[in-house]
Design a protein. Structure first.
Length: 494
């Protein structure tokens, strides 16, 4: 049974109670690599300074998210948000200096010794706020070299930082341009319309209205004004309910849903959720068909499209890159589970929790990542059965920063920016040396806190890091300790 007071994400408590180092920064391509480092590590600053167009491959989703975050400060999260946040930085005066430093230091290798970094991090990792077990890994993204480690191969409950692995697997399997299709089919006798879910949790009423209008035109062209309506969710299989149980942080996982099954018009954070997302979507579609001049003979029923049915309307989701960015920035559990299932479908596995686990694990293995001890029970990190190592997360982030896997770049561009966006928007202030220089995914369950991302140090190096802690008793104190660890990477030249 789910713990009734579980706090399974990344915002403060509210009332709801074989690894091979890639050849990063290759000589002969320094300009592109410089743009990559700038794009993946300091884009929050670059956005604020008006230099975002110089940053690498971006989809509009994250760019808009950060622009909006600078203009109107807001708290966002995959589980808890209350719509308020302290004011963030008003400008980014360090951006020119950061970009200059990157130009001067791109291609440098890590220093031979790591004693300075060790001396800086060790006492911070021993902070009582980090509970009973804490692990950490820091990797120089320019070389792939591990420059600091404590318990690098110790499996830990990652909470929402597991979304980094989910996103990377989906991008590797499908590519950043992949879109999820929702379709409407018409039977050979033109008597049955079927709304077929493809697994897009971001489908909204406007998309359903467009599908209904297109389908209605096709029916009118055929001289039909009344149909039987069926909705098809067979693309997904297995239990729809997440092991955490009914929860405001995630809807039942369905191939067909509107607005993530939210009942309060929100687009992020916890919300009342429908227990029947597919049925609700189909009933809304029926109403929209009626508005378009097509009568449904009875209430929509669950089933499959008849043999020989042809597609009469299609809606495509935003590109996978945008979905990944949204999932990471807002710690969106519904999108994360959809990414895992899309990975399973691509691999020929059942689109279930078990099939997704096998598909995501296989894809990460194919990327050459260290998977000893890893168990990816779900895509969102809500399941305490999830286990990853700090080494896996840090090396995955370093891989995403290198030139060999450009398809993984949205993993970096989607990470919340310290003091600017998503689940890090409220955790750093304008005076913090880390503001804009850290991009990281947060993770929070009761007694579990984690932080994994990238940081630009005082020498302009891009560092990938992962800090995982279990046995914590105060979320606020644990988050502060993790933020201090990340800030140390930025503040000191190691």
């Amino acid at each position: 049974m789910a713990e009734p007071v579980e706090r399974p994400t990344d915002e403060p408590l509210n009332r709801w109670g074989r690894w091979k180092a890639p050849k990063y920064l290759k000589r002969g391509n320094g300009r592109d690599d410089l743009r990559l480092v700038a794009g993946s590590a300091v884009l929050g600053l670059v956005v604020a300074a008006g230099a975002v167009l110089a940053a690498g491959p971006w989809d509009t989703g994250q760019r808009k998210a950060e622009r909006d975050r600078v203009a109107v400060q807001q708290r966002a999260g995959g589980a808890h948000h209350d719509g308020s946040a302290p004011e963030g930085p008003q400008s980014a005066p360090r951006a020119p200096a950061v970009l200059s430093a990157l130009g001067a230091t791109a291609g440098r290798t890590a220093p031979a010794g790591t004693s300075t970094l060790e001396a800086a991090l060790e006492p911070l990792l021993d902070a009582p706020a980090l509970g009973g077990v804490r692990t950490a890994v820091v990797v120089d993204a320019a070389t792939g070299k591990q420059v600091y480690a404590r318990g690098a191969s110790t499996p830990m409950t990652p909470a929402s930082t597991v979304k980094i692995a989910t996103a990377a697997a989906a991008l590797s399997a499908l590519g950043p341009d992949h879109r999820i299709a929702t379709t409407v089919t018409l039977s050979p006798d033109s008597g049955t319309l079927t709304l077929v879910g493809g697994g897009d949790p971001t489908l909204d009423k406007a998309a359903l209205r467009a599908l209904a209008a297109t389908a209605a035109r096709s029916l009118r062209d055929g001289g039909k004004a009344a149909v039987r309506l069926v909705y098809d969710t067979s693309r997904y299989s297995g239990p729809a309910l997440h092991p955490i149980g009914p929860n405001e942080n995630i809807a039942p996982v369905s191939a067909l849903m509107v607005d993530e099954g939210r009942l309060d018009k929100s687009d992020r954070g916890p919300a009342p959720r429908t227990g029947d997302p597919a049925g609700d979507a189909a009933r809304t579609f029926a109403d929209l068909l009626d508005e378009a001049g097509v009568v449904t003979r009875s209430a929509p029923t669950s089933g499959r499209a008849p043999a020989g049915a042809r597609t009469v309307a299609t809606h495509l989701s935003k590109p996978l890159s945008a979905l990944v960015e949204r999932a990471l920035t807002n710690s969106d559990n519904d999108i994360a589970e959809a990414l895992a299932r899309q990975t399973a479908l691509k691999a020929g596995e059942p689109a279930s929790f078990a099939g997704s686990r096998r598909a995501v694990t296989a894809r990460l293995k194919a990327l050459g990542l260290p998977l000893t001890g890893a168990r990816l029970a779900d895509g969102s990190g809500l399941d305490r059965a999830d286990k990853v190592t700090a080494g896996l997360l840090a090396q995955l982030l370093a891989l995403a920063a290198g030139p060999d896997h450009p398809e993984l770049r949205p993993v970096l561009t989607g990470l919340p920016v310290a003091g600017f966006s998503g689940t890090l928007g409220h955790r750093y202030t304008a005076t913090s040396p880390a503001t804009g220089l850290i991009r990281a995914k947060t993770g929070t369950l009761t007694g579990v806190n984690s932080l994994a991302g990238t940081a630009v140090d005082a020498r302009g190096r891009l560092l990938a890091f992962a800090f995982l802690a279990t046995g914590t008793t105060s979320p606020a104190e644990a988050e502060a300790s993790l933020d201090t660890l990340a800030t140390t990477l930025v503040a000191d030249a190691h």
